[in-house]
Design a binder for this molecule. Structure first.
Ligand SMILES: NC(=O)c1ccc[n+]([C@@H]2O[C@H](COP(=O)([O-])OP(=O)(O)OC[C@H]3O[C@@H](n4cnc5c(N)ncnc54)[C@H](O)[C@@H]3O)[C@@H](O)[C@H]2O)c1
Ligand SMILES: O=C(O)[C@H](O)COP(=O)(O)O
Length: 416
């Protein structure tokens, strides 16, 4: 195995929440052998214990990476969210410790769109209720409240990757598609963007939510918004549990204002299969309840495993942060026979010139250098001639506003 700045077998990787084997295989193929996998998430306290000597952690939507967890993570180098959402991670807490966070922004898009489309048809036909009755020995053979999808209006809230993909599939079935988004978005096919949430709610037969968890989307659908929907409307939420007021939804279903709903995400979700799922929606036959499985298909999970593991490997091996959700994005082509310094610092004026002063005073020649900043952090990747002493690295660490210095090299250019 090639000798690297930190022996790869000593780099500890913890993968939680049943992340797909494809992630493990990708990491093993890249030479990382110290990989622990768990099928569940961990509580904050358990995570605080476990994360102390971990260099890379992989999570899905359930694991909360809080300020306290980051404070305990003495060696943490990067986080991989093996999913789309990153709201479960305190991104600022990661950033101020120079920890980039990666995700898989597209790998489960199709899975969610397909599920929502299937649920739309099921709910338009009243299938959940008819199915429940049949299981109890009943026979609800009736066309009442049963509709074709053709010619109905599907209202999509949040026209991003999932919303837009759903739009294309739904038009193929004959839906008229309307969407509402805070950003002006190019329409797919014949879909039309509407100017307000209120307009969308009033015009759609089926309303489906595809927004991220943000302060502006929290509880965006409550009693007031449901009241604006058509009598007999349908609501679908496969985005985040914080977007819909579940009590208000339950009430509207009991009163008959809404005819049906499909909910995949909840304000509080069980940590694992052993914990009871509680919800005011339990027992309502016209509601499809699914355990946050919008993105849980084998195809999506396999792709996500590879995609996010590759991002962790690329960051670990050469410092590339392209597509990180919290970090300045840098990719510098590798320079053979050079050492690579990664310097992460608070974004204040003068740090780069101070770094270069230290390099120059220590007689270190720069082969390549690339700096990017965001609001809070500056990230500079510097390839240098490998003849330098420990004191130069020490001086770089002492540069004011430094958050972290990493040194990368492999066997071909190794110097004892
Ligand atoms: N149920 C699941 O298993 C599952 C799987 C994947 C994703 N998700 C959730 O779905 C969400 C959407 O995924 P995506 O890939 O389409 O995200 P995306 O970022 O591509 O799209 C989100 C869209 O919402 C819009 N938006 C933001 N705030 C808004 C507001 N207040 N009103 C209207 N529109 C607003 C954005 O402009 C964007 O177009 C994710 O953030 C994640 O939370 C759930
Ligand atoms: O953010 C996501 O991609 C979804 O919520 C899926 O999350 P999961 O990986 O926990 O199923």
């Amino acid at each position: 195995m090639a000798k690297t700045s930190l022996d790869k077998s000593k780099i500890k990787i913890l993968l939680l929440e049943g992340i797909h084997q494809s992630a493990v295989d990708t990491l093993l193929n890249a030479g990382y052998t110290s990989i622990e996998t768990l099928s569940t998430s961990l509580t904050e306290e358990d995570l605080i214990d476990k994360i102390r000597d971990v260099h890379f952690i992989g999570i899905r939507s359930r694991t909360q990476l809080t300020e306290r967890v980051f404070a305990a993570a003495e060696r943490l180098t990067a986080v991989g969210c093996f999913c789309i959402g990153t709201n479960q991670v305190d991104l600022d807490a990661a950033l101020k410790r120079a920890i980039p966070v990666f995700n898989a922004p597209y790998s489960n898009t199709r899975s969610v769109a397909e599920l929502v489309l299937a649920e739309t048809i099921m709910l338009l036909r009243g299938i959940p209720e008819k199915n429940a009755r049949a299981h109890q020995g009943g026979w609800l053979k009736s066309a009442k409240n049963s509709h074709e999808a053709r010619g109905k209006t599907l209202g999509i809230i949040g026209y991003g990757s999932i919303g837009a993909q759903l739009s294309v599939l739904a038009e193929g079935l004959g839906f008229d598609v309307l969407y509402y988004d805070v950003v002006t978005k190019l329409a797919m096919g014949n879909a039309r963007q509407v100017g307000s949430l209120e307009e969308l709610l009033a015009r759609a037969d089926v309303v489906t939510l595809h927004v991220p968890d943000l302060p502006s989307t929290r509880w965006m659908i409550g009693a007031e918004q449901i009241a604006l929907m058509k009598q007999g409307g349908i609501l679908i939420n496969a985005s985040r549990g914080s977007v819909v007021d579940i009590d208000a939804l339950a009430e509207s279903l009991r009163s008959g204002k809404l005819l049906g709903a499909a909910i995949d995400v909840f304000p509080v979700e069980p940590k694992g299969a052993d914990e009871e799922f509680t919800s005011p929606l339990r027992g309502l036959d016209n509601v499809i309840l699914t355990p946050h499985i919008g993105g849980s298909t084998l195809e999506a999970q396999q792709n996500i495993g590879i995609e996010v593991a590759e991002k962790l490997v690329t960051y670990s091996d050469n410092g590339t942060t392209i597509t990180s959700v919290n970090f300045p994005e840098v990719a510098l082509p590798s320079h053979p026979d050079k050492h690579r310094l990664l310097h992460i610092h608070e974004n204040v004026p003068g740090v780069l010139s101070e770094i270069n002063r230290v390099l120059s005073e220590n007689g270190i020649n720069i082969a390549g250098q690339f700096l990017q900043t965001n609001d809070k952090v500056g990230y500079v990747v510097i390839d240098v001639d490998k003849a330098y002493g420990k004191q130069a690295l020490e001086a770089l660490k002492q540069v004011n506003h430094t958050l972290r210095l990493r040194v990368l090299y492999s066997e071909s250019d190794y110097q004892a």
